[in-house]
Design a binder for this molecule. Structure first.
Ligand code: KE4
Length: 446
């Protein structure tokens, strides 16, 4: 069977989810509050969940799954970690939101600054989208310039300036990537190909004095996992320095995930501004942007660049984020995550090879993507042009085959999976065995 849809047996096991989805669609556009959960990339209907603990998710039909989404990254410690739960409960006993400063916010800011050396000052927001939008506004306010550069396949939330696709040629400016984004906004965003230094160099040669910032994911999760080349990162750092633009690392996904200091700690490249999210909120709504003090001091009320938020630095979210970062600092899980990531990668590689399947496996630490590919020889996935050639139908079949076996993977070929510190050796072995069983049972595509 090579259908990209759930088998009849497992669909029968999710009747409550089906009813919940039908009900949700009457009240919520598409039945979900974020399209990433809609299963658009794998077909079928989203699964509704009731609870989670450690590495496990339980859906409303009572089915349990090993969780490799972790809320799209935040749950690096696993769900309901005792230290995080206790911190939230303690904060809750004192109130939920004051709309006034608290010492806890300063404490979290100091934790972030101590973990990420390039961050000298930091502002807390409620989502990664807000943090990215604010970082773009700050770069424009700091430099007095309008243009920004981003890269195809990199996602920075749904701010208008960042919902922009590449123009007809790399040198031209962007075009809206969503209805509602104006051409006027899109024209100030240039979209280039990730891991291609030359077009970036050329863009700065041509219009470097109009560019406020270069934004990039220093290890990409949003087209599936794509690692940067040293040359690409060095070029981004050099041309921004040469032309007075800011280098902005979007570490919403990689921050505190790949290392306590994020991808930049592993890659040895220092940005001017870093965007953080997901793990920094410990599963509650909190994100941040921070960097050089001379840049951050342009943010109101220290400076004139406006950014605000009713729930920015919310006490419950700050408690969850603080407990998470303290646990990562006190008991770093990164060696365990690397060991489990390597074992999962090896297991997937062996399973695919045994079935003669063509896949490209990409991994950094606990972030991994298996790109299903057409043809007989794997093609390195280095950017959006190669990622977009993936065999999405076969990934969809793999996704549902793993759901059938109690493994919850990202519902899109263009996402990375996340291993948590709660996953055990037995979980990893069960996951690779499930993959081997699926590959063995799945007839190769015609
Ligand atoms: P949020 O606004 O979703 O908190 O953060 C936006 C964002 C910014 N930067 C990066 C690198 C991100 O990965 C994200 C959000 N990631 C997606 C998953 N690829 C979140 C899932 C969703 O949108 O529901």
């Amino acid at each position: 069977m090579h259908a990209g849809l759930p088998s009849a047996t497992t669909a029968a096991r999710r009747t409550r989810s089906q009813a919940a989805f039908a009900r949700a669609r009457q009240a919520i556009p598409g039945g979900v509050n974020s399209p990433a959960r809609a299963f658009g990339g794998v077909g079928g209907e989203p699964i509704f969940f009731r609870e989670a603990a450690g590495q496990w998710l339980t859906d409303i039909d009572g089915n349990r799954y090993l969780d490799y989404i972790g809320s799209w990254g935040p749950m690096i410690l696993g769900h309901r970690h005792p230290r995080v739960v206790a911190a939230i409960e303690a904060a809750l006993s004192r109130g939920t939101s004051y709309g006034a400063p608290t010492e806890a916010e300063t404490g979290l800011a100091e934790l972030i600054i101590n973990a990420v050396p390039s961050i000298e000052k930091v502002r807390l927001t409620s989502s990664g989208t807000e943090a990215a939008m604010s970082a773009v506004r700050l770069a424009r306010g700091f430099t007095g310039r309008d243009k920004i550069v981003k890269f195809a396949g990199n996602y920075h939330g749904h701010g208008d300036s960042l919902l922009v696709a590449a123009g007809s040629s790399a040198a031209t400016l962007g075009v809206p990537d969503s209805p509602g984004v104006t051409a006027g906004t899109a024209k100030d965003t240039m979209v280039l190909e990730y891991n291609e230094p030359e077009p970036l160099e050329a863009a700065f040669r041509a219009t470097g004095d109009t560019i406020a910032a270069v934004l990039l994911e220093p290890t990409v999760g949003n087209m599936g996992l794509v690692k940067p080349t040293a040359e690409f990162l060095a070029t981004a750092r050099r041309v921004t320095q040469q032309h007075g633009a800011l280098l902005v690392f979007d570490e919403v996904m990689t921050g505190f995930r790949l290392a306590l200091g994020g991808a930049q700690a592993l890659l040895g490249v220092t940005p001017d501004v870093t965007i953080l999210g997901k793990i920094v909120g410990g599963g509650l709504p909190l994100a941040a942007y921070g960097g050089r003090a001379d840049v951050m001091d342009h943010v109101l009320p220290a400076g004139k660049v406006f950014q605000a938020g009713t729930l920015a630095g919310n006490p419950l979210a700050v408690a969850a984020g603080t407990a998470t970062l303290e646990e990562l600092r006190d008991h770093p899980p990164y060696e365990r995550l690397e060991r489990h990531g390597a074992a999962l990668e090896a297991g997937f590689r062996t399973a695919a090879a045994a079935a003669g399947a063509t896949v490209w496996l990409a991994r950094t630490g606990s972030m991994l993507t298996m790109f299903f590919q057409h043809g007989s020889e794997p093609i390195p996935v280095t950017g959006w042009q190669t990622a977009a050639q993936s065999d999405k139908a076969r990934y969809a079949a793999f996704f549902w085959g793993m759901i059938d076996r109690g493994i919850y993977l990202p519902c899109s070929q263009y996402e990375a999976l996340f291993i948590s510190a709660a996953h055990t050796d037995a979980d990893i072995a069960a996951t690779t065995a499930a993959a081997a069983a699926w590959f063995a049972a799945d007839e190769p595509p015609a």
